[in-house]
Ligand binder design. Sequence first.
Ligand code: MN
Length: 345
Amino acid sequence: MRRREFMAGTLATMAVAPTAIGKGSHRVVACEEAFTLPEIQAELRRIRGEGDAGPVPPHVRAMLDVGEGRLRAMDAARVDMHVLSLGTPGVQDFETSTAIALARVVNDRLSAIVRSHPDRFAGLATFAPQDPQAAARELERAVRTLGLRGALFNSHTNGEYLDDAKFWAIFEAAEALQIPLYLHPRDPSPSLGGPALSIPGFRVGWTFSVEAASHALRLISAGVFDRFPKLQIILGHLGETLPFIVSRLDERYRVESAGWGDRKLRRLPSEYLRENFYFTTSGMNVWSPLRATIEAVGIERVLFAIDYPFEDQTRAVQSIEAAPLNPDDRRMIFESNARRIFGLA
Ligand code: MN
């Protein structure tokens, strides 16, 4: 029985639980759920030369709401908790000192939001990769002082990827703090994007995945996980296609690296994907790719996410409730994996 049904029952109200779709006993924790702040929106408009005029788009209005409106929408969809993160591109397009200052503002505010509803919200910190040492310090503050449960970054920063060793202070901090880093997609870097990857209609559905999956493979290839073997990266959208090609990645890596000697990775690509990555269902709450992902990486590495407000949360929940999973497996995806990975009470 879900917590709110139980509460309703003990209060002996006549209220009927809204469409009882849950079969097992589990809460629903969703872990790629976006919010934003007016300060972030103002700076984004400023650097894009958009000015202040014009109505606030519905998705921005939804992201700005971290109070009653969001909670009502979560209740209606039977979602117990949003693990919140700042919407893409975070602070990564801002000038360095602005990005550092706004990351602090965001993390302070996020911490206050979580404290206002600790049973409904948890938070992933924001940081500015533009200054890796400052980012590492902010991660430490966000976790140790503010109680945030991990951090999220939006792939490249000014066209640069975190496989460059100058960024590795960020990974060192995350590993030491034992927090996962969510690698969230965005528009591709100039060196990856360009006309050939500007495919009308497939900017988010395909190009975002190319960007994020390429970033993940760059981290593996550069030896980030040989240097930081306990580091954990979370990928959305069922791994941005990577779980579906693990066997091919292994086979071709073996061939391409045959003469590399010491430069070779210590483990196979599939081993990093199974030991250093988690995979969320954001925007991909569909049984057949979910089943393939579970088989490729193991169910203990798969987490439920919606991608609010860009995806329909009711449909996302109902899809996993209806999937042919046994109650224990469903609970792992909806709740217990998130509890373990984010250290939720
Ligand atoms: Mn997202």
